[in-house]
Ligand binder design. Structure first.
Ligand code: HH2
Length: 396
């Protein structure tokens, strides 16, 4: 009989166990071999040459590899990034040895261990003041409701609270898991609004939404004062496009114990390393959040598609979304109808639904837990279909 031969793939230890069980290995064998089937690259930035040399030696001794800057070898650099390459099994041995090393390497070992565990982790559900959102089983769809005159795609349509309410009910009927209410457009060239104006837009709608809908309502604001009023009126989630940048925001989120979306944002599009810089930003903001008393399992991260990024950078963020799993938090993406899609397809804002669908499907494939969209009916279908393919578990 001709042999069938092919390259097969696994993404994590769970899939590795399944693949190994598939050839008939016994349960103990699956456990022992799974860490050998999962290969990981871990990037560490800003190491001293002494640290890098020890890391390289220990990684090589365990059968893995560590790439360092050329100048580490002849002492011509003060600092280097390191790219570690190895199986989970090799990392286990490497980390055991690294913990016994000086030069701050024991602490680094803990950090490497944590990111390796985080990428295996299925996020826990979100408790939104008693309304529970499951995570990991299916992708959650967040429906956008902008009560602004100038939002780039739905601006001016839901100024009347009755219209806003009707749209919210419609989105829930179409399968939205969360309604995201915003009172200030952030599109390029938008008019900034003051606290009073933003409150006058969102509060009448928010009060009705919280009272009438069964799903959690998130308030899309970067202003602590707006968040405070919204939370006092019963909002369930804070969606902050400046990730606790406003003084007092962290304290108000902590006080109400609600989940918070920390979105990456910056002025300009200069990066040393796009993914690395966003990871660094998230680490800093998570630290700030935890310090203020926000529970780590209430933090949702969003790389900020369309914010402080060129179209190419936006595409890279989606392509490499999975890397943000290293931080151990659920991921949200907000790509809906955005200009990068318009640029790629050369289409106006009202013709970006298919482009949005592609970003949603790829985003889910690369680890998104929540997708923030305008076209709820269509994107619920895209999410259900993508879930059936990538999350498994679907049966006829
Ligand atoms: N994008 C927008 C607004 N809020 N929140 C998160 N977490 N992530 C996003 O990507 C995001 C967001 C911008 O989109 P939209 O609300 O449709 O437009 P506008 O800012 O013009 O109101």
């Amino acid at each position: 009989m001709a042999h069938r031969v092919w390259v097969t793939e696994v993404d994590d230890l769970g899939e590795a166990r399944e693949a190994i069980a598939g050839v008939g290995a016994d349960a103990a064998g699956c456990e022992l071999m799974a860490p050998k089937a999962v290969h990981r690259l871990v990037k560490v930035t800003g190491l001293a040459p002494a640290q890098a040399i020890i890391i390289k030696q220990e990684m090589l001794a365990c059968g893995g590899e560590a790439a360092v800057a050329r100048g580490v070898v002849n002492g011509t650099v003060a600092e280097t990034d390191v790219l570690l390459m190895g199986t989970r099994k090799q990392y286990n041995g490497f980390l055991r040895k690294l913990r016994m090393q000086p030069f701050g390497l024991a602490a680094l070992a803990e950090k490497i261990e944590r990111v390796l565990e985080n990428v295996e982790k299925v996020p826990r559900g979100l408790d939104c003041r008693g309304r529970f959102l499951p995570l990991g089983e299916r992708t959650l769809v967040m429906g956008i409701l902008n009560v602004t005159p100038d939002s780039f795609s739905d601006g001016g349509r839901y100024i009347d609270p009755e219209d806003a309410l009707r749209r919210a009910r419609e989105m829930v009927a179409q399968g939205a898991d969360i309604i995201d209410l915003g009172g200030e457009s952030t599109r390029p060239g938008h008019t900034p609004v003051g606290v009073e104006e933003e409150l006058s837009r969102v509060m009448p709608v928010l009060t009705r939404l919280v009272g009438e809908l069964d799903v959690p309502v998130s308030i899309d604001t970067s202003k602590a004062e707006v968040a405070r009023w919204a939370l006092a009126a019963g909002a369930h989630i804070v969606n902050d496009q400046w990730a606790l940048g406003d003084e007092g925001m962290a304290a108000v989120v902590a006080e109400y114990g609600v989940p918070v979306v920390l979105m990456h944002n910056q002025q300009g599009t200069d990066y040393k390393d796009l993914v690395g810089d966003i990871v660094g930003y998230f680490e800093q903001r998570i630290g700030q959040a935890v310090q203020a008393g926000i529970a780590p399992d209430r933090i949702i991260l969003d790389p900020g598609f369309g914010f402080g990024k060129t179209p190419e950078q936006n595409l890279m963020v989606l392509r490499r979304l999975r890397e943000f799993r290293s931080l151990g938090c659920p991921l949200l993406i907000g790509t809906s109808r955005k200009s990068t899609i318009g640029k790629v397809l050369d289409l106006p804002v009202d013709e970006r639904v298919e482009g949005t669908a592609a970003t949603v499907a790829v985003g889910i494939t690369h680890g998104a837990d929540i997708v923030r969209v305008h076209d709820v009916r269509e994107m619920v279908r895209v999410a259900r279909m993508t879930d059936a393919i990538v999350r498994g578990g679907w049966t006829a």
